[in-house]
Design a protein around this ligand. Structure first.
Ligand code: GLU
Length: 536
């Protein structure tokens, strides 16, 4: 049991009032990594007490984004745990019990002040020097029997914390910011429970953190000013105060707090743009923490064993999407062909190139409007067991039947792709069947500048590619074309560029002959014939 008590317990406590944004995801990564590195427990708690803004849909979005990032939680929604429930709306009794205790100790009192009175006080104070410093304690000393009578008569009231008079400065040691001290005499008697009976954020969060045995509260530094108030509540309830670690802000490249203005801040947007979750977690970890001040590539297992609070920086972090993209490239190139293909599958399905029923040459993406594209992509990028069965009918069979064929695409693109959303475009030419989608610029430059020469080049290559005597292998075909070209005094570049345009539609396709041998011979010949007929 002693072991149990000293075990690290941390929580990520999102409010389901929107998507999981980058700042929240960074907080989740740090909590997860700290729990893992300490052999502790990572708890997910949904703070859904705001009935207007919390939605079940947002809960699902947050859980999905957490799963996509691979941040598994030991206790929380779906997995349960011994100190649940893990939704604040299901913990109302625990807040009532805590309030009851504060009442019985005399640490909470009812306040009947109307909004009008409070507004007037604020206005008056703001007009004076020094400004408004919070609630004036008007209802602090209402005698208990009078308060009781007013409550019984149904008079609306909130419950406030009685901040002890003469309380010295509220001190704590933040694991990031060090010694912190806030004067208690400027703290007004904060509201714990609203007139509708709902707990305020500060009250609920303290009750939950205490009742869930949270040892370390790791969260954004926008909550720093709440911490002294929360400590007062811990003290009033007689709970141990956990260790706090407040994380530095994340700024956009312009030095302003990261927000929608800076582009995507929603984690799932990165999923939909083809980033790898491993790269994302690595990059988020670097936004305010470092392993040794220089290592940028920090795989998940290293993070899970080496993460420490003492290497979190006080300095604001700057979100740099180029660096994320670069890191994503590092992770992409680190994938072996099997893993690469597993990541590529939904992208190939997105373009409708998986499955025998897929119409040849039609890139599904382009026939959908933006919203349809988004929906389709989201459904395909969900974990496999969540993808609707009809999406996969016929496709999975194709994936396993022709896996070897698909794997041949790996060396063609892995070095040339940035993110996986480029896959539908980069590999399109493998799925065109006998027809080429010709890029006009490439055709003008490569085929029409010197049409006679281009035509001759294509004829030479066509002859080689049509010949039964040569194995359908990249090297053999390339060598034979090269020899034939040389004999006709055509330089390799002048020979192969027209062929590249005729096969892949443009000048910048992946390796040519390695691509050609992935296609059936009759399609290769048909493409050359089609382009010659169209262009010359
Ligand atoms: N629900 C709060 C938020 O999303 C959590 C604050 C905390 O970690 O204490 O900001």
């Amino acid at each position: 049991m002693a072991n149990e008590v000293s075990r690290v317990r941390v929580r990520f406590a999102p409010s389901p009032t929107g998507m999981l944004h980058l700042g929240g995801a960074r907080t989740a990564v740090y909590n997860w990594a700290f729990a893992r590195s300490q052999g502790g427990n990572f708890i997910l708690r949904i703070e859904d007490t705001d009935p207007e803004r919390s939605t079940e849909e947002n809960v699902q979005i947050i859980l999905r984004a957490m799963r996509w990032l691979g941040l598994d939680w030991d206790e929380g929604p779906e997995v349960g745990g011994s100190v649940g429930p893990y939704f604040q709306t299901q913990r109302m009794e625990t807040y009532s019990a805590a309030l009851q205790e504060l009442k019985s100790k005399g640490n909470a009192y009812p306040c009947f002040c109307t909004k009008e009175r409070l507004d007037a006080c604020r206005k008056e104070a703001e007009a004076k020097e020094g400004g408004y410093s919070g609630y004036d304690g008007h209802c602090r000393d209402i005698p208990a029997n009078e308060a009781r009578a007013r409550i019984d008569a149904g008079e609306p009231h909130v419950w406030r914390l009685r901040v002890p008079e003469g309380h010295g400065p509220i001190k704590f040691q933040d694991a990031v910011y060090g010694d912190m001290s806030f004067p208690a005499d400027v703290m007004d008697d904060l509201i714990l429970v609203r007139s509708d009976g709902s707990p305020t954020y500060n009250f609920a969060v303290v009750c939950d953190d205490a009742n869930m045995g949270i040892t370390h509260v790791i969260r954004g530094d926008d909550h720093l000013s709440n911490t002294p108030r929360q400590i007062l509540i811990y003290e009033a309830l007689g709970f141990d105060v956990p260790t706090f670690a407040h994380l530095p802000m994340i700024l956009g490249p312009d030095g302003k707090k990261l927000s929608k203005r800076h582009g995507a801040t929603n984690v799932e947007d990165y999923r939909d743009r083809g980033y790898l979750p491993d790269a994302m977690v690595n990059y988020l970890a670097l936004l305010g923490w470092s392993l040794d001040g220089e290592t940028t590539e920090i795989p998940r297992d290293v993070l899970a064993s080496k993460f420490s609070l003492d290497r979190i920086s006080k300095k604001d972090a700057v979100f740099d999407e180029d660096k994320l993209t670069w890191l994503d490239g590092v992770y992409t190139r680190g994938l072996d062909e099997q893993k690469w293909f597993d990541v590529a599958i939904p992208w190939l399905a997105y373009a409708n190139w998986l499955g025998s029923s897929a119409p040849v040459g039609v890139n599904m993406v382009s026939s959908l409007d933006k919203n349809q594209q988004k929906e389709r992509l989201a459904s395909l990028l969900a974990p496999w067991d969540e993808v609707p069965a009809e999406e996969w009918q016929g496709k999975l069979a194709d994936v396993s039947d022709r896996r070897e064929w698909y794997l041949q695409a790996y060396p063609l693109v892995v070095e040339r792709q940035n993110t996986f959303n480029e896959i539908p475009d980069k590999l399109a030419y493998l799925f065109w069947g006998p027809n080429v989608q010709l890029d006009e610029k490439s055709a003008n430059k490569v085929l029409l500048k010197d049409p006679e020469r281009a035509k001759q080049a294509l004829q030479i290559c066509r002859e080689v590619l049509a010949s039964d005597g040569i194995a359908w292998e990249a090297e053999a075909l390339q060598q034979e074309c090269r020899d034939k070209g040389e004999a006709a005094e055509i330089k390799p570049k002048d020979l192969f560029q027209p062929l590249r345009v005729a096969i892949a539609g443009n000048m910048v396709s992946p390796p040519l002959f390695e691509s050609i041998v992935m296609l059936p011979r009759e399609d290769v010949l048909a493409r050359i014939d089609g382009v010659m007929a169209k262009v010359f």
